[in-house]
Design a protein around this ligand. Structure first.
Ligand code: AHM
Ligand code: MG
Length: 345
């Protein structure tokens, strides 16, 4: 055989087609959906890169359904994802962190079998300071016999446990733009080749080490956490002279996508727990747009994800914008944090 002079490059399309051939887990509509989301992320990445030159920085002076101030890029990213996805015939409806209700695919377009959920721009507080941000997405199958809205899809159709996800992923807009994807058969990572405009496979079968010496949490909230959460972090801080007998390092980017990406790359535990200032709120992060897709990816990479009590993917959602406590990453640390909470009842 002659020696290759060009490195082997596997595009996102080729990866999806080969997955379907070998595992039969990416039917044509799902492939189209993933490719369209990836294309939309490419457009968002271009806006992110332009920054002030594109007039995309700063506040939009509007509030979303959760009462958070929206940044211009939150709205731009939301529009890009909707516009890219509404006409292809692969979706029945979409739901977004930035929209109050679901967005049903308009009648003028064919309806598909899938439901798409997204956090269009995660890490909004980092946009204006030029720190990594991202897009997170989750794909569900529209349940059969769904009743409800005129075009046959309702909000209730979205309220499926994360274990039902057909696919999940995120795109991180950092020093490199990367797309991380799972369809339930491991985790694949693609890097955007800007000259070619192509997503190329750069890692297949990403694995999170079971043990770690690195934790990620917003430490400024320590005094508001429940005792088991305080115990875990205090033990990490006590380092080699404390009960853990080893020193820990801490990182907090304040973009979940970037924190999770670091954990996918070298391990770690990410925590956004319940806190007593708003006791009725389970946490800050959203189950459907953030916790479920990230939990799916993390589990597929050999990690674990809980709400400090139960596996996140087993939770039955009760509302589209529901919030949840999140503990995810290296398995043994997630289990430890969860066990501390269980011991405490
Ligand atoms: P966003 O989706 O509005 O950007 O909010 C979610 C973000 C996460 O990416 C991140 O982990 C967390 O909020 C940071 O919160 P804090 O600013 O409290 O550290
Ligand atoms: Mg977010």
């Amino acid at each position: 055989m002659t020696q290759r002079l060009t490195p082997k490059r596997i595009s996102l399309t080729q990866y999806l087609i080969e997955q379907q051939r070998s595992h039969g887990n990416i039917p044509a509509q799902l492939r189209l959906l993933i490719e369209v989301v990836a294309r939309a992320c490419k457009r968002i990445s271009i806006s992110v890169n332009k920054g002030a030159l594109g007039g995309v920085l700063g506040s939009a002076e509007t509030e979303n359904v959760q009462g958070e101030m929206q940044k211009k890029l939150d709205i731009i990213a939301n529009e890009v994802l909707i516009e890219a996805n509404e006409w292809g015939g692969h979706l029945a409806a979409m739901a977004s962190e930035e929209m109050e209700g679901i967005y049903v695919v308009p009648n003028r377009f064919p309806q598909g079998e899938y439901l798409l959920l997204f956090d269009p721009l995660d890490g909004s507080s980092n946009i204006d300071v030029n720190v990594s941000i991202g897009t997170i997405f989750s794909v569900l199958k529209k349940p059969e016999n769904s009743a409800g809205a005129t075009v046959g899809v309702s909000e209730a159709d979205f309220l499926q446990p994360g274990s039902q996800q057909a696919a999940a992923g995120y795109c991180v807009y950092g020093p490199q733009t990367m797309l991380v994807l799972t369809v339930g058969d491991g985790v694949a990572i693609f890097t955007l080749d800007r000259e070619e405009g192509a997503w190329l496979l750069t890692q297949d079968g990403a694995k999170i080490p079971e043990d770690t010496k690195e934790f990620a949490i917003n430490m400024s909230n320590l005094r508001h956490w429940a005792p088991p959460m305080q115990r875990y972090v205090e033990e990490c801080l006590a380092g080699s002279t404390g009960p853990r007998g080893k020193d820990f390092n801490m990182r907090w980017i304040a973009s979940m996508v970037a924190d999770v990406h670091r954990i996918l790359t070298r391990g770690g535990v990410f925590m956004y727990p319940w806190d007593r200032r708003e006791p009725k709120k389970a946490g800050k992060l959203r189950l459907m747009y953030e916790a479920n897709p990230m939990a799916f990816i993390v589990e597929q990479a050999g990690g674990a994800a809980t709400n400090a009590g139960q596996r996140i993917l087993d939770l039955q959602p009760t509302a589209l914008h529901e919030r949840v406590s999140v503990i995810l990453g290296s398995k043994n640390e997630v289990e430890r944090v969860t066990a501390y909470h269980r011991e405490n009842g």
